[in-house]
Design a binder for this molecule. Structure first.
Ligand SMILES: Nc1nc2c(ncn2[C@@H]2O[C@H](COP(=O)(O)OP(=O)(O)O)[C@@H](O)[C@H]2O)c(=O)[nH]1
Ligand SMILES: [Mg+2]
Length: 391
């Protein structure tokens, strides 16, 4: 699936531009008006932005392959660059550092790296212990070996939950819970587009969207707009009975995506009410807790605790694009033994979503020198589902 964005002063001009640049295959996803330019808010110009996608024709396949290759090449270049950065950092740290008697230099250095990446104390301690018990003093002088091993051990701690339609026993109902503003609705819209519209690797499924709103704040609009554009049905439920009925009425859907609405997760009465409503899904459902990667460790811990009664199956990490430190979230999830299903790294629907992969999270670490090929062999590749790499 190829996506596009066009801007013009008026709707009419934007539509003409879209037709001219992308042809009759262009389908609109979103349209918004905004103002641009100006000084202190005056002399701004009205603009219209249209985003959308182009329905596929088989003739594009070769171009798609080339694009895919180009992106892979770029990411290799990036990897070499990151390695160089790591090397420079290593050299810089090496200067002026004195070896202490009880702590080999390499251990002190990786401890610092782990802290820079925001890993928690109780995640770091066992790793350092393992380094000391695994390697001889001589091996410990091999900084590269130590960093590579450590990254691999971090990878071992990451537990994954299979994406939709890939589990042995596919659950038909997919519910997202979580604090306000983390990206639940956006993620539901992305999943609806990916699975409902399909792409080169996925056949379109029959998707139905449900919003559970026990605040009755009519936040239906946001998701309803997406659903309308994608021509997918959407229902709103406010009670256990409603929900049960809606599920029964949509017996033929391959996938029911359930968005939930909340205000503060500290409003425990409302949380309990939400839990009672979504019990209407019965047992054929899986529940995912959305958590933003920008949340600090202690807050992630609290969120996990508050949503524990839901017995969620997995965690969706959002806003990975807004932080360069993933240690906090990896540590807390590892220590609590929680699995991860999807990763969201931006607002674009549906491009900025992928199935969780160990590799992707490890590549997010800063300062460590990594051996990507080895990690890929050990943990598998990144798992694109939105088609951003193959279109
Ligand atoms: N940077 C970034 N923003 C996101 C991401 N996911 C959602 N958002 C934005 O976060 C805001 C809240 O998202 P929304 O889906 O309404 O959150 P909800 O309250 O959990 O339903 C919106 O402005 C989204 O565009 C993401 O992965 N990265
Ligand atoms: Mg929402």
């Amino acid at each position: 699936m190829q996506y596009f964005t066009v801007q013009a002063p008026t709707s009419q001009l934007a539509l003409e531009k879209m037709k001219r640049d992308y042809g009759d295959q262009a389908m609109i996803l979103t349209k918004k008006n905004f103002r641009q330019g100006g000084v202190f808010g005056i002399f701004t110009r009205a603009r219209v932005e249209i985003t959308g996608y182009i329905s596929q024709s088989p003739g594009r396949k070769r171009a798609v392959e080339q694009e895919k290759k180009r992106i892979l090449e770029n990411s290799r270049k990036e990897q070499v660059f990151q390695q160089l950065l790591g090397e420079i950092r290593y050299l810089r740290q090496d200067m002026g550092r004195r070896e202490t008697a009880d702590q080999p230099q390499s251990i002190a250095r990786v401890e610092e790296l782990l802290k820079d990446n925001d890993f928690s104390e109780d995640f770091i301690a066992p790793l350092l212990k393992r380094l000391r018990s695994t390697f001889s003093l001589e091996d410990l002088e091999d900084q590269l070996l130590i960093e590579n091993s450590l990254v691999e051990w971090i990878g071992e701690k990451i537990r994954l939950y299979p994406p939709l339609f890939e589990a042995e026993e596919h659950k038909r109902i997919f519910i997202i819970i979580g604090p306000t503003g983390v990206g639940k609705t956006t993620t539901i819209a992305k999943l609806a587009a990916i699975y409902g519209l399909g792409n080169q690797k996925l056949k379109p499924k029959k998707v139905h969207i449900v919003t559970v709103d026990n605040y009755r704040i009519a936040a239906r609009d946001q998701i309803a707009t997406y659903a309308e554009i994608m021509r997918l049905p959407v229902s709103m439920v406010e009670s256990f009975e409603d929900f049960k009925k809606t599920i029964a009425l949509n017996e033929d859907a391959d996938l029911i995506l359930v968005d939930t609405i909340g205000r503060s997760p500290r409003d425990l009465a409302k949380l309990a009410e939400m839990k009672d409503i979504i019990a209407g899904a019965g047992s054929k459902c899986e529940t995912h807790l959305a958590v933003s990667a920008t949340t600090k460790s202690s807050d992630v811990e609290e969120i996990l605790r508050q949503f524990e009664p839901f017995g969620y199956n997995s965690v969706i990490i959002t806003k990975l694009d807004e932080t360069s430190r993933v240690g906090n979230i990896i540590s807390v999830l590892a220590v609590r033994n929680k699995a991860i299903s999807y990763l969201s790294d931006g607002q674009k629907v549906p491009q900025d979503l992928e199935a969780a992969s160990v590799l992707r999270l490890l590549l997010g670490l800063e300062g460590f020198r990594i051996n990507r090929d080895k990690l890929e062999m050990r943990f598998g590749e990144m798992k694109e589902i939105s088609g951003r790499y193959w279109s």
